[in-house]
Design a protein around this ligand. Structure first.
Ligand SMILES: [Zn+2]
Length: 301
């Protein structure tokens, strides 16, 4: 096992880092220990890599149903698995998960294999649902659900007491910015969520990828504002590009979410889904017009 696999404790909560601080496809998982129960949140490939040293748990909570957040859930076949009710269809079957992504062929078939072979996707028809405001009382420690949709419909944060730690899941504060490239992602929901979570005032802020744990609201707000600004930056670049009329296929090929040449198998689908949401909202705002069927141009161009 490499030195990358560290653990860091914050009272009842321990962060189990994945390789490279949880850089995708790895992630950082949380373990919260109460006097009655121990829960694990978002079992990642980092837990799988630990083998017999992976933490034990009575219950598994998931921030949302994405391949990297359920990659180690199979380690807990006897524990109940919980998701927000809106993401439950994704864990009940592989077909349900693939609907959540909504990728077209040939990406669909390749990705369907990858989520099983690399991310150990294991359907769990009896997974349980939770909702915003639900509290898991572990005895001396509590985990409260904060619904924060946009990344997926059921994406949630968790606030852990008494540690005053907020787990931000895939509001990951990375330089990549917000991801809203799946069929079940929603740009407008994500933008509303980012406004709402700005009010969160906690001692610790943990993310699933890259950043690890931040201390204090000032550090959080600085990162959050930069993360949020990526949405406006993508839109600004799109408007520049739409000085000339372009189709969605051309927009996708130009690359606004990924960099040209990024080796991401599903990039084309994600660009399409992400940037067509930007085009839709610019159409609604009257800043872009459809100059001929399927071709869009900035109004003032
Ligand atoms: Zn995700």
């Amino acid at each position: 096992m490499s030195d990358d696999f560290e653990e860091q404790s914050f009272g009842a909560t321990t962060v189990w880092y994945g390789a490279k601080r949880g850089k995708y496809p790895q992630g950082n998982s949380l373990v919260v220990r109460g006097t009655n129960e121990t829960i694990v949140i978002d079992p990642s490939l980092g837990l799988v890599a630990r083998g017999a040293l992976a933490p034990r748990a009575d219950r598994v909570l998931h921030s949302h149903c994405h391949e990297d957040h359920v990659a180690g859930s199979f380690l807990y076949p006897d524990a109940p698995w919980h998701f927000h009710t809106a993401d439950l269809p994704g864990i009940r079957s592989l077909d349900g998960l693939m609907e959540l992504y909504g990728y077209p062929e040939p990406i669909h078939s390749a990705w369907r294999k990858t989520v099983v072979s690399q991310f150990h996707f294991t359907p769990r028809p009896d997974a349980k649902g939770f909702r915003d405001g639900d509290v898991f009382d572990l005895g001396g420690a509590r985990v409260r659900v904060i619904h924060a949709p946009g990344h997926t419909r059921g994406h949630c944060l968790f606030h852990v007491e008494p540690d005053d730690l907020v787990y931000l899941a895939d509001i990951d504060l990375s330089s990549f910015g917000p991801y809203y490239g799946d069929a079940w992602s929603d740009l407008e929901d994500f933008a509303r969520t980012l406004e709402a979570v700005r009010a969160i005032d906690a001692r610790w802020y943990a993310t699933f990828h890259h950043i690890g744990v931040l201390e204090g609201r000032a550090a959080y707000i600085e990162r959050l504002d930069r993360f949020t600004a990526v949405i406006a930056d993508r839109e600004r670049r799109l408007l520049e590009y739409l000085a000339e009329p372009h189709s969605i296929a051309e927009v996708a090929e130009h690359r606004f979410v990924y960099r040209p040449g990024d080796p991401v198998a599903f990039a084309e689908a994600v660009e399409r889904r992400s940037m067509s949401q930007h085009v839709s909202r610019l159409l609604r705002a009257g800043r872009v017009r459809e100059v001929e069927p399927g071709r869009f141009q900035r109004r003032d161009a």
